[in-house]
Design a binder for this molecule. Structure first.
Ligand SMILES: NC(=O)c1ccc[n+]([C@@H]2O[C@H](COP(=O)([O-])OP(=O)(O)OC[C@H]3O[C@@H](n4cnc5c(N)ncnc54)[C@H](OP(=O)(O)O)[C@@H]3O)[C@@H](O)[C@H]2O)c1
Length: 225
């Protein structure tokens, strides 16, 4: 039975990812920052819950050390939006640092600390929840400064890691989930979490080592960098 690790699983896409992975027969280690939220409704033998803030290196290390199997799949899902500042003068740099810590640094730290468990499984797939808003080519409207830049940094971290991790049979997938109706996506988003996650899981299923570092939408459409 494959084993997955999902961050930010108490609501939104992380919750739906956990639900669908369980339905596909995965054992899932689902992490949450403060409250279990919707996860308590999924209680079953294959689901293991861990309290973990992705900014906390000690918490990540201790969570992973409690897992006594390998990991086939790591989904770096936890993320935050920024201040939606109206003007450059409004940018708040404490918020910028927090957005970078959660969206760009934490997924790399989780990946680094999960390497021994990925090795133990003989390799696997690491999914980074990126965004079309990371795209330099697509940045016509501008704004969303910290969110955009944090996801662009995540894209570069990921592409820069791909050769080294390919030697360990680990493939990296940068995925844009679509504009999805979650707390982050808001009520006007055209895509439901169920459809987005079904697409992401299809992308994970087809992922090979040769594809490592690709940047695609949940539908499989390649995205401009
Ligand atoms: N929804 C969209 O349209 C969309 C589009 C493009 C990309 N994405 C990306 O997809 C991912 C999931 O988005 P979503 O729409 O599901 O967002 P969401 O509904 O706002 O959920 C975000 C999740 O991240 C967790 N999280 C935030 N900071 C954390 C921290 N420091 N430690 C641990 N967990 C933390 C939240 O936990 P708490 O409940 O504790 O806050 C929550 O579980 C994000 O990376 C986002 O950037 C979303």
């Amino acid at each position: 039975m494959p084993v997955a690790f999902v961050t930010g699983a108490n609501r939104g896409l992380g919750f739906e990812m956990t639900r669908q992975l369980l339905a596909r027969g995965y054992t899932v280690h689902a992490t949450y920052r403060s409250g279990e939220g919707d996860l308590s409704s999924l209680a079953q033998p294959g689901l293991h819950l861990h309290r973990m803030d992705v900014r906390d290196e000690m918490a990540i290390a201790s969570t992973l050390s409690a897992i006594d199997t390998g990991l086939d799949l790591v989904v770096n899902n936890a993320g935050i939006s920024d201040g939606r500042w109206k003007r450059v003068e409004d940018i708040d740099f404490d918020t910028v640092e927090d957005v970078f810590a959660v969206n760009a640094v934490a997924p790399v730290r989780v990946t680094q600390l999960a390497l021994p468990l990925l090795d133990r499984a003989g390799g696997g797939t690491v999914v980074m929840l990126s965004s079309l808003m990371a795209s330099l080519d697509d940045c016509q409207s501008g704004k969303s400064y910290a969110y955009r830049a944090s996801k662009t940094a995540l894209n570069m971290f990921t592409v820069a890691m791909k050769n080294e991790l390919a030697e360990r049979n680990i493939s990296l997938l940068l995925i844009h989930p679509g504009w999805v109706e979650t707390d982050m996506g808001g009520p006007n988003a055209p895509v439901q979490p169920e459809e987005s996650v079904e697409g992401i899981l299809d992308r994970i299923d087809e992922q090979t080592l040769v594809m490592s570092g690709r940047f695609v939408e949940y539908t499989g459409r390649p995205l401009p960098w």
